[in-house]
Ligand binder design. Structure first.
Ligand code: IVH
Length: 724
């Protein structure tokens, strides 16, 4: 209403305000983006105030692209959300150049005819901030969206308008896109962050743990005037959707970045085109050396295939592009003393050497133990007790001893002699040919028993609630149980005898055991028994194929091998298990204790097909057999609606095999997910195999699969196919 009472802006005011905006944007760019101002701060302020005055006099001159909006103003109750027109992906990570080369090799496999020599990479520092999308329609900034969950983000347009390195209007270079989504990182320089924290501290306000948190908190401010006071920066690294009248003028990542520079965006310093993997390595080494001299924090580098045509061919998995990879900086490392090497005996009797370390902080976490894998590793690394060692921790990865530092030896260090007797039972240990592990073969070994019971009741087994590792140990120590079957005979009165065991807790444990026993399916029981090579996945396959313990026990090696997931080694292990007197007694005791594995309708969509030389096949697609796939909790996923879509899943009816190490999950978990997506995970390569999923350090299966013309999937492909 107020507007209508004001005078219409005369033409000179209109022209002057347009000129002032242009000048302010230009000088803002020179100052904030190019770091090369042409006018003084006072001159800039003069222009700014002049525009402010004009806009106050003639409000119709104000619009969303006015630099006067950079001071913020609106206070919101909450941030609305909006869908991204194209998903904002994450990146696959590698932690070494060797892994990076592996990633590129897998990339090349997806590009028939392409050669490593034809691949150029656009390299950029990986900025440690917050991903952001800025949407420009006809050159005007209309929306700013955080990455959110990748599908939709929070609308933070008001706040991002206050960021000086965000062009409110694309610097008009022809051609101008109708729509351009610019993606990049919002961050805070290290110096600005320190100053902000000081200011906040003095004002009694909130301080931030690091520049990344400060940037994230500031972007998501509800008060844009406050956001305007935060020293945020936007650095572009790519684009989302773009629409041009006469087609896109860019055909490489480098051209995109040059084009964005022309439009007024800042890019990460040091970005370069590397024409080969060797050049990538040189560039990366230089980045590592210069990392500290960057004004903001980096957490690695990003390599992107330069050609947009190849990028399009490679496409995306559900999580990340296949054409780009993040080289994460070396994991955090620290020096400490190797105080001792002790042996841990697992449920299958494997003796694992564990490094006992002087507690040391590695990347914010105190590390006291690290696995040393096996005796060969200790010998290869010439590790001695008393050595100073380098310990590494990468992200969530279990700490490991990288190397000993022999130059720091005092001469007091002791060589570690791997025991030839089990440290728990004193029994002989054996090392089978071709195996790195030594194993205690005494089934009565207290450690093997303890671990076997722990496994039996664990999540991977019968999943008995409230029966943790400590309680198992106490039950064994008190002589209340000797094996898994004894658990099901426990009564409250037995448990109460234990120290610190109240009546309520005792009732709970007995109830949990009763319930677990009742709902134990055949596949759960098989997994709980801890048969070597029979994990949750194989247990499900076996349960689906044989239907009962008796049938499985009666199956000979040939019959077992006809199950597609079962190779000679697994078959032999199953036969060994059933031929052991001790194990047969265990099964009898379990039956006597009332544990009857419920017969599963179908643990997996599998069945024998004599017509196909006895191989186990998936049920016909769409036959509804996927309805029998059991969820983790034993629920029928298809019926509960969760499993809907298995028949539509690209993996439904496909056979799948894994080789190498996956970074997202262990084999068991990966197999379970594959099976839930309707695939059958098999044990060996054959011409019938649909896909081989290749992780890091793949084995000979890869060569075989390539020779057999089997489809090769990298981990990222697999993730996409299972809908992750
Ligand atoms: S390209 C399709 N380049 O890293 C994904 N991302 O870990 C394209 N990031 O969410 C991302 N610096 O926010 C790219 N130079 C850079 C980057 C970068 C930081 C962030 C990005 C992404 C995250 C993934």
């Amino acid at each position: 209403m107020e507007n209508s009472r004001r005078a219409q802006a005369p033409d000179e005011a209109r022209a002057r305000s347009a000129k002032l905006r242009e000048l302010l944007e230009y000088h803002g760019l020179r100052y904030h983006v190019l770091d090369d101002p042409e006018i003084s701060d006072a001159e800039y302020d003069g222009l700014f105030r002049e525009l402010l005055t004009l806009e106050e006099a003639y409000p119709e001159l104000k619009d969303d692209a006015s630099p006067t909006l950079r001071v913020g103003g609106a206070v919101l109750d909450s941030l609305p959300s909006r869908a991204h027109s194209l998903p904002m992906y994450s990146l696959n990570n590698v932690f070494s150049m060797a892994e990076g080369r592996g990633f590129v090799r897998r990339m090349l496999r997806l590009l028939p005819g392409a050669n490593e020599r034809d691949m150029a990479f656009w390299m950029e520092p990986k900025l440690d901030g917050l991903a952001m999308e800025l949407i420009y329609e006809n050159g005007l900034l209309v929306c700013a969206l955080t990455r959110g969950d990748g599908e939709s983000g929070e609308v933070v347009t008001g706040n991002m308008r206050t960021v000086r390195t965000v062009p409110l209007r694309l610097f008009s270079r022809e051609p101008l896109p109708d729509l351009l989504e610019v993606r990049g990182e919002v961050l805070m320089n290290k110096k600005d962050f320190t100053a902000l924290n000081l200011r906040q501290q003095e004002a009694g306000g909130r301080t931030f743990a690091n520049p990344r948190n400060a940037a994230a908190g500031s972007v998501r401010q509800l008060d844009s005037a406050e956001a305007a006071r935060r020293p945020l920066r936007f650095i572009a690294y790519g684009i989302g959707k773009a629409e041009w009248k006469d087609g896109a003028p860019w055909s490489t990542q480098q051209e995109i970045m040059l084009g964005l520079g022309d439009f007024g965006f800042a890019a990460a310093p040091g970005a370069a085109l590397c024409p080969s993997l060797d050049a990538v390595e040189c560039w990366y080494d230089a980045l590592v050396r210069e990392r500290e001299s960057f004004p903001f924090e980096l957490d690695g580098a990003v390599a992107k295939v330069n050609s947009l045509e190849l990028q399009a061919k490679l496409g995306f998995t559900a999580r990340a592009p296949r054409f780009a990879v993040a080289f994460k900086f070396e994991a955090a490392q620290a020096r400490t003393k190797l105080e001792d090497i002790r042996i841990q005996v697992g449920r299958t009797g494997v003796l694992t050497p564990v490094a006992h370390l002087a507690p040391v902080n590695v990347g914010g976490v105190t590390v006291r133990r690290a696995t040393l894998h096996n005796e060969d590793e200790i010998r290869a690394g010439d590790l001695r007790i008393g050595d100073t060692v380098l310990v590494r921790r990468a992200g969530d990865v279990i700490p490991e001893v990288v190397t000993a530092l022999p130059e720091l030896r005092s001469g007091e260090e002791k060589e570690f002699v791997f025991p030839d007797r089990c440290p728990e039972c004193g029994g002989r240990v054996f090392r089978e040919e071709g195996e790195a592990a030594r194993r205690c073969v005494n089934r009565a070994c207290p450690a093997v028993r303890r671990e076997a019971i722990r496994h039996f009741v664990s999540k991977a087994g019968l999943d008995v609630q409230g029966l943790g590792e400590r309680l198992v140990e106490r039950l064994l120590d008190a002589g209340l149980v000797k094996g898994p079957a004894d658990l099901f005979r426990l009564e409250e009165k037995d448990l109460i005898k234990l120290e610190r065991m109240g009546e309520k807790a005792a009732v709970k444990v007995v109830k949990a055991l009763g319930e677990a026993g009742k709902k134990a399916t055949l596949s759960r029981l098989l997994a709980a028994l801890g048969i070597r090579h029979v994990g949750e996945r194989t247990a499900r396959v076996l349960a689906g194929a044989f239907g009962s313990l008796d049938a499985l026990e009666a199956a000979g090696p040939e019959e077992l091998c006809r199950v597609r997931d079962v190779g000679p080694e697994v078959a032999a292990s199953i036969r060994d298990f059933f031929s052991s007197q001790g194990n047969r007694e265990l099964l009898r005791a379990l039956r006597e204790a009332g544990l009857r594995a419920a017969v599963e309708k179908s643990a997996l969509p599998v069945r024998f097909s004599p017509a196909l030389q006895g191989e186990l096949l998936l049920g016909e697609k769409g036959q509804g057999e996927s309805g029998g796939i059991q969820g983790e909790n034993g629920e029928d996923r298809a019926k509960s609606g969760e499993g809907a879509g298995v028949a539509d899943s690209p993996l439904a009816g496909k056979s799948l095999l894994f080789t190498g190490t996956l970074s997202s999950f262990g084999r068991e978990e990966a197999s379970r997910l594959a099976e839930e997506a309707g695939a059958l995970v098999v044990g060996s390569v054959s011409r019938r195999l649909d896909y081989l999923v290749v992780g890091d350090n793949p084995g000979s299966k890869l060569t075989k699969a390539e020779a057999a013309g089997v489809g090769i999937l990298c981990e990222a492909d697999f993730l996409r196919l299972i809908g992750r």
